[in-house]
Every structure is written in structure tokens, then in C-alpha cells.
Write a protein of this length. Structure first.
Length: 187
């Protein structure tokens, strides 16, 4: 796995660089084939925030992108927290990939003492993941990104889906964590 380590406005010390690289590479034990990992360190400038050291890791591979961000009082603790989050996310991704490739696979009881031995169905405890609880349908009026941003603010939403008047394609304008706006244009 190719690992890139960056720090905003500072140089990453070699012991921290080695520890972060080792811990992030260890995450790949759940699922092989990760091609690239980016590790970003930065410090929160607000003196009132106790967890000032922030570590953000992005893993790319398998056609998927897994990203985690964590803050802690010191940098190594932030790395530990972000690796814990990545472990959880990669394990969930592996479970979903296995379920997708084996949808009819059911657990087999090999010792003959389980409910399957008596012909009784075994109650499965399944994590179905997120489910759709609401569906909306509305007419898309062609508009500029500026008009869409205004509509998004008027509705109080964090994103707004519209048809671009310039390209005629489906487009999304969204509010980023830093307060600025982003634009996703369909191709």
C-alpha cells in the first residue's frame, strides 16, 4: 500500500510518521487490496478546544473510498482514534461486500446439535444497514448554481439537487464543513 503523510504548516517527526504508517497499514488486515492511504495531520487553532490535534485518513481501493477523522489532545492518540474508526468502517465494508457476493449463503450448523438438525429454521440476526424512510418527488427547474445556493439557504438544507441551466445535467450544490459551498456536476 502506498502511504502519503502530510502535515499543515509543519514537518511530521519520523517516529510519528513510522507509527502512523504502521497502524494504517494494519487496517488492511480486514480487507486486502487497498492501493493508497493519505494521512493528514493538522492542529485546531482555537485555544478553547482541548482535542486540538486532528488526524484524517483516506483509504482508496476496491473502487471504494473510506475516510475517517479524529481529534485528541496529542497526535498519537488522534492516530489511535482514527485507526479505530477505520477498522470499524473497513470491517463493515467487508461484510457488505461478502453479503453482496453471497446473498443466499446461510449459516450451516456442523455439529448436528443446532436447530437445523431438527429441521427448525434458525432465527437470523441480520444488520440490514440504513433503510429508506422517506421519499420525495419534485419537478426540477433549470437554474444556475447561485440560484440553487439561494434556494438551499431558504430551505435550510445542507444540499440542493437541481438541473443546471448551463449544462442541462443533474447537479448538486452543498455546504461544506468549513462553511463554503461545493458543486457536484453530473457527467
Amino acid at each position: 500500500m502506498d502511504v502519503t503523510i502530510q502535515c499543515r504548516n509543519a514537518e511530521v517527526p519520523e517516529p510519528l510518521r513510522a507509527a502512523a504508517r504502521e497502524k494504517v497499514i494494519r487496517v488492511s488486515r480486514h480487507l486486502d487490496g487497498w492501493e493508497h492511504a493519505e494521512i493528514h495531520f493538522f492542529e485546531e487553532r482555537n485555544p478553547r478546544i482541548t482535542d486540538r490535534e486532528i488526524c484524517e485518513v483516506t483509504l482508496r481501493g476496491h473502487g471504494h473510498v473510506v475516510r475517517a477523522k479524529a481529534a485528541a489532545p496529542d497526535t498519537l492518540a488522534a492516530v489511535d482514534k482514527v485507526v479505530e474508526k477505520l477498522d470499524h468502517q473497513v470491517a463493515r465494508l467487508k461484510t457488505r461486500l461478502i453479503r453482496r457476493s453471497h446473498p443466499r449463503r446461510s449459516p450451516v450448523v456442523s455439529d448436528g446439535r443446532g436447530p437445523d438438525a431438527l429441521g427448525e429454521p434458525e432465527a437470523e440476526e441480520e444488520d440490514e444497514g440504513p433503510r429508506f424512510v422517506k421519499s420525495k418527488r419534485f419537478a426540477l427547474k433549470p437554474m444556475t448554481p447561485e440560484e440553487a445556493a439561494l434556494q438551499m439557504d431558504l430551505l435550510g438544507h445542507d444540499f440542493f439537487f437541481f438541473t443546471s441551466a448551463e449544462t442541462g445535467l443533474a447537479t448538486v450544490v452543498y455546504r461544506r464543513q468549513d462553511g463554503d459551498l461545493g458543486l457536484i456536476d453530473g457527467a
